[in-house]
Design a protein around this ligand. Structure first.
Ligand SMILES: *Cc1c(COP(=O)(O)O)cnc(C)c1O
Length: 231
């Protein structure tokens, strides 16, 4: 077994343990392997161990890896988790399965228009600035309901709003780690109370995946715990 494969096993075990603590079934959380800066070969190793969903931050880097892994395309899920500029929406709409970083209507509209008719609907999350001032990316929580309702009205044959994503301020204390995750869960609940049907909470990374699972994460984005530290 390679290092990546044994780390992947460790992460899966952490997720299983967290699900047990949270009284949730282990299959209620999807593991997204965050592969930014990693070479295509590292993804291939993870694939050989059963990993199918990969998260990338930079569009150009992702496209290069997609080409190197084209033989696996039908089995892979590609998620964009990094910032998205409007001049990149077309390639993203054509190449990715998910986008977690939608933070304004204009981007969602362009992705929707540019999603090819032959493809399955693009699955999207709104990125929420859940820690307030600390992070510059993401929609402020108070603006999320209006944006979510507008995005949910776009044609769902092309684009489907699935939920919310956040990157909270790092914290060491598990209790502190849980606070922003809890706020994101409550925000999702409020949207569903207003009539939306969102099922995805994209939250939790290498250092806080347990806290995220305890607060209801349905997808955790894990990089260093799988691939090692990035240069
Ligand atoms: C890099 C990154 C991750 C993974 O972070 P790790 O601490 O390496 O697990 C998750 N989400 C986003 C948006 C990232 O940019």
């Amino acid at each position: 077994m390679t290092t990546i494969q044994s780390r992947l096993q460790d992460v899966t075990q952490r997720l299983t343990n967290a699900c047990t603590r949270a009284a949730r079934s282990a299959d209620s959380v999807t593991l997204l392997a965050v592969s930014k800066t990693q070479p295509a070969e590292a993804l291939r190793e993870a694939f050989a161990a059963g990993q199918r969903a990969f998260g990338e931050n930079y569009v150009q880097e992702a496209l290069t890896k997609m080409e190197a892994l084209a033989d696996l395309r039908s089995q892979l899920q590609w998620h964009l988790i990094g910032p998205l500029q409007s001049n990149k929406t077309r390639v993203v709409a054509e190449a990715f399965d998910w986008v977690h970083s939608v933070d304004r209507l204009k981007i969602a509209e362009r992705l929707c228009e540019q999603r090819p008719a032959w493809a399955a609907p693009l699955q999207v999350c709104l990125q929420v600035n859940i820690s307030g001032e600390v992070s510059k990316s993401g929609v402020p929580a108070e603006e999320v309901p209006a944006l979510a309702e507008a995005v949910a009205r776009l044609p769902d044959t092309r684009l489907r709003l699935r939920g919310l994503m956040s990157i909270p301020e790092p914290a060491d204390d598990p209790a502190v780690q849980r606070e922003p995750h809890r706020r994101l869960r409550e925000l999702l609940q409020r949207l569903n109370d207003r009539g939306l049907a969102l099922d995805t909470l994209s939250m939790g990374m290498s250092a806080d995946l347990e806290a995220a699972v305890l607060e209801g994460a349905t997808l955790v984005r894990v990089g260093t715990a799988i691939f090692g530290s990035r240069n």
